[in-house]
Design a protein around this ligand. Structure first.
Ligand code: COA
Ligand code: MG
Length: 282
């Protein structure tokens, strides 16, 4: 089993040449080069050119390179996609997707490039099942939660524990899992607050997220650590695998390991944990 780790997914404004340069040496699993909300309208065209030059120069190693284009209903969206296709990124991230038709429309423009979509509108939450179904047909790999936009459009209060957002987060993970997609959590804006950030990473892990989108390099290390299997999880997984490998358990569906009931579904979970740990260690 191999997995594409997507623990830490760092945004940077495509207009920021310094950030594009710095990203070549950062330990993020994936980079999102943003042409959308972090770039002012008057800087859009220059940002495209800056990004094209950076991607042509290369040096991003095995970090996944994702270009976030402007929404398809904006003056820049379609041209961004045409430009991004020429940059041959690993994926294109389309924002403000609200319906299955939005997914099909975006997929048709990509010329076979992998599609990621932002889940960030109230309508997208209501249409999650259809969006996920259309997405898996279109070869989409990832849902990316846009929690700032969700808060803006719903008028939820962004409390520290994200209580109001949790149903939407959970529904997005469920839809992603039902259709075999990855799900990346939203950003933590207060990037100097390390403790609050770590708590939000743990919450994302608890809700089943594959990783978290980040806005600052200082968030990468904590994020990678918290979204990797812990030592105790790996040890437990090895115990489960070893127990099922014993000859006397070869034909058993359920066994006891350290006083706990363990079924073959736990073996599958254990194998995923060890494969993930091996991938992130390599
Ligand atoms: N990606 C890569 N490098 C980044 C970065 C990012 N997202 N954010 C900051 N850096 C770099 C800076 O260029 C600086 O590099 P240097 O010191 O080697 O020159 C270093 O990290 C420290 O940056 P710092 O001074 O602490 O931050 P800042 O005040 O320059 O920028 C933000 C703060 C929030 C404006 C900036 O982090 C940012 O633009 N983040 C991404 C925003 C974004 O893309 N939003 C869209 C999705 S929500
Ligand atoms: Mg957004």
């Amino acid at each position: 089993m191999t997995y594409r780790p997507r623990r830490s997914v760092l945004y940077m404004p495509a207009a920021n040449a310094r950030a594009l340069e710095k990203a070549r040496g950062l330990a993020a699993d994936a980079l999102i080069f943003d042409l959308e909300d972090s770039v002012a309208p008057e800087a859009k065209l220059e940002a495209r050119a800056t990004l094209a030059a950076s991607l042509a120069a290369g040096g991003y190693g095995r970090r996944e390179r994702v270009v976030r284009v402007n929404g398809l209903d904006t003056p820049w969206g379609e041209e961004d996609i045409t430009a991004a296709r020429g940059m041959a990124p690993d994926a294109i991230l389309v924002p403000k997707v609200s319906t299955a038709e939005d997914v099909s429309r975006a997929a048709a423009l990509l010329g076979g490039l992998p599609l990621w979509v932002m889940i960030e509108t109230p309508l997208a939450i209501l249409n999650l099942r259809d969006i996920a179904a259309a997405s898996s047909k279109a070869g989409l790999a990832c849902f990316v939660l846009g929690t700032n936009d969700l808060i803006k459009d719903t008028r939820m209060q962004a409390s520290r524990a994200r209580a109001a957002l949790l149903p939407a987060l959970s529904a997005t993970v469920l839809a992603a899992r039902a259709f075999g997609l990855d799900c990346i959590d939203g950003v933590y804006n207060d990037f100097r607050d390390e403790e609050g950030f770590a708590a939000e990473c743990r919450q994302g892990v608890e809700y089943g997220m594959d990783g978290k989108t980040l806005i600052h390099p200082s968030q990468i290390e904590t994020c990678n650590r918290l979204f990797s299997p812990s030592e105790s999880e790996v040890n437990w997984a090895r115990q489960v695998i070893a127990a099922f490998a014993l000859p006397e358990n070869a034909s058993k569906g359920v066994i006891t390991v350290e006083g706990r009931m363990v079924e073959r579904l736990h073996l599958a979970m254990a194998e995923r944990v060890t494969a993930l740990a091996a991938t992130v260690a390599s």
